[in-house]
Write a protein that binds this ligand. Structure first.
Ligand code: ADP
Length: 600
């Protein structure tokens, strides 16, 4: 990707988040500069008038014009400033929304891909370090606008000055002064380029360090109860000190480097400024300009030289920011790989969807160990299937493959004799209601949570809350279905307990009315008796649907028509509770006996 193309492409995407933003900024820059040039021009006029001893009336008029002009340009700038702020807010909101949309649109397997996770953290991290990425790009665009407007204004006002300089004299002194000015300017630009490049590289180098440390931090939860019980504060404090020290050293190194690199830039800039004053004073002494014009032209020249220098800073900044924009673009350009399928899922009132796993094996991306090995299983319509096994035996992976969050590397999964890959992906997903272990409720009203939607059937939501055993609590909620959950957005929001949240999540799964219902240990936080109760109640509610219950507690699933026992990624046994117990050498018998003491 060429440098220009990356920046141009990101800029196009970025400005589309609010097309009004950059035009408004441009107008603002025009007015801000107009204000500066007008002030300079009118001050010079007033000095000239005083110097020439012009009439008082003329002086008063000039002062009045100055005040009026300054008031006008300032007022317009202030109004534009407000509009620019609002436009930026909209732009940044839209940018975050686009980022979230992209994340949500990624295939689940891409989302979990360690490489893609790293890319996402890198974008966040870049933003934190010197605002690299789109923020840096936005600032470069604003600087560019500022320089362009300044140079245009200066050039337009310069015409008279150059003419008079040439007329007055153009001897060796002028050439030496102009050459010194150009030389200092070029040197300051070269130093600036060097500094931007070096500092950019240094920030990039410590960016990786920060990425690692941030990730380390994310694994620690200082507010967690574990830290109280195990008195982990000491380890955390030590870790914190070490990280802070690492950060401090890294930052200090870059800041020192940046400070040293800035010295020659400042020296050459001051020399350039000095040369520009010398030139104007030289011609003033030759009588080419009046005193007022000395002020005016020194100001114009200084401003123009500053702008030319800043233009090169923008170029250097754009170059140093390019790699950060590439990361940004890379994320937006991740393509989904999952085959979307085109076969329509038949709308069947009899819910007759037979599913069959045929020799399915699966490995997570980046993992060498198979999470599922040669799994073969038929799911019969309307049956209650329990999936049991120890932690890490592959139960959740089995569900993830069933819902096509991942595709298996070996074997196939069939629905009504067709590979599930062939079905339209969205339609296929609609067949499942799943309550995963790590379900989340939203900080929105209860009714919206149950329906998973803004508009919903109130009677149905209330009935389901009753059925999952949330009725008593529900009747105590003064705002009923409008009761906000949690206090994130509403001080009146209610905090629901873990058990209550699980019931709401169950009601949400039922509300969807999908032919398959899967409960992946959503009741893990409940005690075995409460879990068994919920499962039994749920069994009545699901009616003719096919239901899959996952649990590592065997007692909860005794009521199921069939139990599949997972061990190390394989299905080692299937049968009813009674059948499985008969095999005293089997895994189920071993697990049951290990757990039986708890249910006695
Ligand atoms: P269970 O639900 O029976 O506890 P899982 O299906 O969650 O087991 O996990 C099966 C195996 O796959 C385990 O060894 C687990 O460490 C591994 N695993 C689960 N999720 C991932 C993942 N996202 N990436 C890599 N390995 C995973």
């Amino acid at each position: 990707m060429s440098k220009e193309r990356t920046t141009r492409r990101v800029l196009k995407r970025y400005s589309a988040y609010n097309p009004k933003y950059f035009p408004l900024c441009f107008l603002q820059k025009v007015f801000q500069n107009l204000f500066f040039f007008f002030k300079l021009w009118i001050s010079a006029e007033i000095v000239n008038a005083l110097y020439d001893g012009r009439e008082r009336r003329e002086l008063y008029l000039l002062v009045a014009a100055a005040l009026l002009g300054i008031f006008f340009t300032r007022a317009v700038s202030a109004v534009l400033g407000r509009a620019v702020e609002t436009a930026l807010e909209i732009l940044e909101n839209n940018e975050s929304a686009a980022f979230q949309r992209k994340t949500l649109s990624l295939d689940y397997n891409r989302l979990e891909d360690p490489q893609i996770r790293k890319l996402r953290s890198k974008i966040d991290e870049n933003k934190m370090i010197n605002s690299y990425g789109t923020v840096h790009m936005r600032r470069s665009v604003l600087s560019f606008m500022d320089c362009a407007v300044n140079i245009l204004f200066s050039l337009a006002l310069f015409g008279g000055m150059v003419g008079r300089m040439v007329e007055a004299s153009f001897g060796w002194q002028s050439i030496v002064l102009l050459a010194a000015l150009a030389g200092c300017l070029v040197m300051s630009i070269i130093c600036q380029f060097r500094s931007t490049k070096k500092v950019g590289e240094s920030w990039d180098a410590i960016g990786d360090l920060m990425l690692r440390e941030n990730r380390l931090w994310r694994g620690y939860h200082p507010e967690g109860t574990d830290n109280r019980i195990y008195r982990q504060q000491a380890i955390i404090s030590r870790l914190n000190e070490k990280l802070s020290e690492n950060h401090r050293q890294a930052f200090q190194k870059v800041n020192n480097e940046s400070f040293l690199l800035r010295i020659p830039i400042h020296v050459f800039r001051k020399l350039t400024e000095g040369c520009s004053y010398l030139i104007v004073c030289f011609y003033c002494a030759l009588g080419a300009f009046s005193v007022g014009e000395l002020i005016r032209y020194a100001g114009y020249l200084g401003r123009m030289i500053d702008s030319i220098w800043s233009l090169f800073v923008v170029v250097a900044d754009v170059r140093s920011n390019r790699q950060f924009l590439e990361t940004y673009l890379e994320y937006f350009e991740i393509e989904n790989e999952m085959y979307q399928g085109s076969l329509s899922v038949e709308k069947r009132s009899d819910k007759k969807f037979d599913i069959a796993f045929r020799h399915v094996s699966f490995r997570y991306p980046g993992s060498d160990i198979p999470a599922l090995r040669d799994v073969t299983l038929d799911l019969r319509v309307g049956e209650r299937l329990a999936v049991v096994g120890m932690n890490g035996s592959g139960k959740t992976t089995f569900i993830k493959l069933l819902c096509r969050l991942y595709d298996p590397q070996e074997g196939e999964i069939l629905m009504n004799d067709f590979n599930i890959r062939k079905y339209d992906y969205r339609q296929y997903l609609d067949l499942f209601s799943v309550v995963f272990q790590d379900y989340h409720l939203l900080s929105l009203p209860l009714g919206n949570n149950v329906a998973g939607d803004a508009a919903y059937d109130r009677d149905k939501a209330e009935r389901l809350l009753e059925e999952v055993g949330f009725g008593e609590r529900y009747r105590k909620m003064p705002q009923g279905l409008e009761t906000p959950l949690y206090k994130d957005f509403d001080a009146d929001g209610v905090e629901v307990s873990g058990g209550e949240a699980q019931k709401i999540a169950l009601a949400r799964a039922l509300y969807r009315d999908a032919p398959f219902i899967v409960l992946d240990e959503p009741t893990a936080a409940l005690d075995p008796v409460a879990e068994a109760e919920i499962y039994a109640r749920f069994d009545q509610i699901v009616g003719g649907k096919t239901a899959i219950y996952i649990s590592h507690r065997l007692s909860s699933c005794r009521f199921c028509d069939r139990i599949a026992v997972f061990h190390e990624g394989r299905i080692v046994q299937t049968g009813t509770h009674e059948q499985l117990l008969e095999d005293t050498a089997g895994k189920y018998y071993e697990l049951w006996n290990a757990q039986a003491q708890y249910y006695a």
